[in-house]
Design a protein around this ligand. Sequence first.
Ligand SMILES: C[C@H](O)[C@H](O)[C@H]1CNC2=NC(N)=NC(=O)C2=N1
Length: 101
Amino acid sequence: MKMERLERATIEAEMAGLAGWALNDAASSISKTFKFANFVEAFGFMTEAAITAEKLNHHPEWFNVYSRVDVTLNTHDAGGLTELDFKLAKAMEKAAARRGL
Ligand SMILES: C[C@H](O)[C@H](O)[C@H]1CNC2=NC(N)=NC(=O)C2=N1
């Protein structure tokens, strides 16, 4: 699947629909910190997100401590943000919502 870097306007339109996500200064990645009730909820979220990531062949950069998961998404192959980042971000939002966030 060929993925191209998104235009700034497209990125901003996507960001408007994603609560709690931040665009980095270079507009080359998006990040969010998820805070769950406990480690089991956080790890369940990561498991679900990992299955989606494998299906998309698009993988997160993330850091977990106990109930917190810090996520950064970008497309290193394209040197910036593509539709895949926003697909994965939206899937993560659904996975988080299923765990009370
Ligand atoms: C070879 C393999 O398909 C690529 O490295 C894929 C895998 N997962 C990936 N994940 C992310 N986040 N960005 C990529 O550019 C990427 N590329």
